[in-house]
Design a protein around this ligand. Sequence first.
Ligand SMILES: Cc1cc2nc3c(=O)[nH]c(=O)nc-3n(C[C@H](O)[C@H](O)[C@H](O)COP(=O)(O)OP(=O)(O)OC[C@H]3O[C@@H](n4cnc5c(N)ncnc54)[C@H](O)[C@@H]3O)c2cc1C
Ligand SMILES: NC(=O)c1ccc[n+]([C@@H]2O[C@H](COP(=O)([O-])OP(=O)(O)OC[C@H]3O[C@@H](n4cnc5c(N)ncnc54)[C@H](OP(=O)(O)O)[C@@H]3O)[C@@H](O)[C@H]2O)c1
Length: 444
Amino acid sequence: MTLRVAIVGGGPAGIYAADILTKSETAVSVDLIERLPAPFGLVRYGVAPDHPRIKEIIKALQRVLAKPEVRFLGNVDFGVDVKLEDLREFYDAVIVATGAMADRDLDIPGEELSHGAADFVSWYDAHPDVPTTWPLDAPSVAVIGVGNVALDVARVLAKTGEEMLSTDIPAHVHAGLAAKTTTDVHVFARRGPAYAKFSPLELRELNHSPNVEVIVHPEGFDVDEHGMAHIAEHKAQKMVLNTLANWVGREPEGKPHRIHLHFAEAPVEILGDQRGVTTLRTERTHSPNADGSVEGTGEITDWDVQAVYRAVGYRSSALPGLPFDDRAAVIPNDGGRVLDLDGRPIPGTYVTGWIKRGPVGLIGHTKSDAAETVGHLLAETTATATAREPGDVDAYFAERGVRVATHESWELLDQHEIALGEAEGRLRIKVGDRAEMLRVGTSA
Ligand SMILES: Cc1cc2nc3c(=O)[nH]c(=O)nc-3n(C[C@H](O)[C@H](O)[C@H](O)COP(=O)(O)OP(=O)(O)OC[C@H]3O[C@@H](n4cnc5c(N)ncnc54)[C@H](O)[C@@H]3O)c2cc1C
Ligand SMILES: NC(=O)c1ccc[n+]([C@@H]2O[C@H](COP(=O)([O-])OP(=O)(O)OC[C@H]3O[C@@H](n4cnc5c(N)ncnc54)[C@H](OP(=O)(O)O)[C@@H]3O)[C@@H](O)[C@H]2O)c1
């Protein structure tokens, strides 16, 4: 008998789980249920357009989707088009891999005047469910947070629209970026430089644009004994610190756009009115604590900026019919087994990726994550005669008028985007409109 598994979420975590299932000794049949007509999650809708090398990973993910045991069922919204109890009828087990798409809150006055980095990323990556316009008329912008998302956001805000034209961005994103009037992007870390969460390579790349100068401000650029102990244990952070230290106080080259990095400045308030942001207020911090946490010194600075972006982490969302730990923003689990409110495993229900362990980690981390989850699933689940056939699932969606985007639909869309790119000497141009994605995917 074949073990029938539904995976909800077609990002890397879901696709790696499908891959590992097909490589097991158990006969499996896997349906990958994805809200969007296109697979790959944040690899397509998070990784920055000017990072085509990272998007190459899609080729490996694509090979998993092409396996005969795996079906891609796109344009299906779990919780709306199909519920957990329906999936239980059709499958022996369900793996939830819905990742994260929202922004974490900052919890400071005036936060409602700010933009979430996730929303901006969704716009420039042409996510089909977000508006096609974005306000980019602020000459000076603040970005809060010093992780890789903050770097992506700062870089896209600082680079010229022309620099971004060689990427896969569609016309509406290019037009938005080309009309941008931003000259200065101020990035704020609440802690010292030893705790910046940038990847070394991504940080160094910031310096490669002919139009963007990186200015590391010396105020707050201190590394105390706790910071030294931290970098001694974190090799990547030591490399980041070395790069930053090389940049502090260097002579400006006079490039037209600037990214300023400010350390030990915690955001305390965003000021403005309906017309927009006028000021970001920050407080200088110091770090008397061995764990690297900071305290305010009372020294306040007002920064003259006209837009503020929160790049302080993503947040997963609760799903209908499944428990959710609102504080950690994950589905409670034990190594991938979903736990009920009493902490007991819910049979046949598993979780993997960012919704399992929180929104931190690289694409590669979702592979080991999926291995742990699938290991438990295979050890605990057996195929039953009651689980229904793929044709029954297709009939279920057809009866409800759900227009499923299959793997073949994705292949058509993929070829179409590549052809659009070729016509302009680019690798690809994305289609960002859901109706158009579906139309292209069905026009054989
Ligand atoms: C802006 C950004 C840039 C990044 N850049 C890099 C990078 O350059 N290199 C790197 O290694 N890592 C990068 N990462 C990290 C990487 O993207 C994540 O580690 C990885 O995508 C997490 O995988 P996931 O499958 O858990 O979640 P996701 O990639 O978020 O995939 C979840 C999928 O579930 C789908 N889904 C959600 N809800 C539903 C529902 N109700 N029904 C059906 N489907 C649903 C979503 O549409 C999505 O396709 C980046 C992250 C971000 C936020
Ligand atoms: N190119 C790439 O490889 C790439 C690109 C994008 C994302 N990613 C990965 O995706 C994951 C998510 O990235 P991310 O940048 O969203 O998260 P992150 O790495 O966790 O960084 C979040 C940043 O926000 C700061 N922050 C949190 N709360 C704050 C607050 N209240 N006030 C001020 N600052 C606050 C954090 O500072 P503290 O340290 O002080 O908490 C940290 O600097 C990471 O693993 C990242 O490496 C990779």
